[in-house]
Design a binder for this molecule. Structure first.
Ligand code: GRF
Length: 197
């Protein structure tokens, strides 16, 4: 049974997709042991509690230094003896020590077809604003391993989504979530849990 930790910062729709997929059998041999957020108001924490999953908030703002937060963050994660860490809309930089200790055990969902519209400054709606500004006809989502760079680790899965006339960043974001993110993130976890990767 793959022990999974999910890191969140916002609404948690990707977390919900993971939990639903585990419940309906789309994802097997994996279990979410803990959900950790930097944001006490993240609805994702509520989603975890509703599923009887430990929901932990670790806010950088409550630590005297970034180093102290990094140390506490890694210590907390280590408590759960995780096989896989899933970044599902997590807006905090992963400490170097955690990347080293959990190399090839941290995956992230990014709302574009990497290498397009990724890296510093490309997160949330900004990604879709850039895609619309560039005028691409296809965008999508990418699941990749996390390394020391930003959105630069080995790509695991991608799924393309059409950009339609009249799309706003919000409409496009929703379509990318529904048609791509909520499918390929659970799929990647299933592949890892069943040694298909
Ligand atoms: C998603 O758009 C995801 O692609 C990005 O952050 C957002 C998270 O949304 N990484 P949610 O918290 O899973 O609803």
């Amino acid at each position: 049974m793959l022990r999974v930790g999910v890191m969140v910062s916002g609404g948690g729709t990707n977390l919900q997709a993971i939990l639903d997929a585990m419940e309906n059998g789309t994802v097997t041999n994996a279990r979410v042991e803990v959900v950790i957020s930097n944001n006490p108001g993240a609805y994702a924490l509520e989603r975890a509690r509703n599923h009887g999953i430990e929901a932990v908030c670790l806010s950088p703002k409550t630590f005297d230094s970034r180093e102290a937060f990094h140390e506490a963050f890694l210590k907390k994660v280590d408590e759960y003896d995780l096989d896989l860490i899933v970044l599902a809309g997590f807006l905090v930089t992963i400490p170097e020590a955690m990347i080293q200790k959990y190399r090839n055990k941290i995956i992230n969902i990014h709302p574009s077809l990497i290498p397009s519209f990724c890296g510093v400054g490309y997160y949330g709606l900004k990604v879709h604003e850039a895609a619309l500004k560039r005028g691409v006809k296809l965008t999508g989502a990418t699941v990749h391993f996390v390394d020391e760079g930003m959105d630069s680790g080995p790509i695991i899965l991608q799924k393309a989504v059409e950009v339609l006339p009249g799309d706003t960043p919000e409409i496009l974001q929703r379509r990318v979530m529904e048609e791509a993110e909520w499918k390929i993130l659970p799929q990647a976890i299933h592949m890892i849990a069943n040694k298909e990767l």
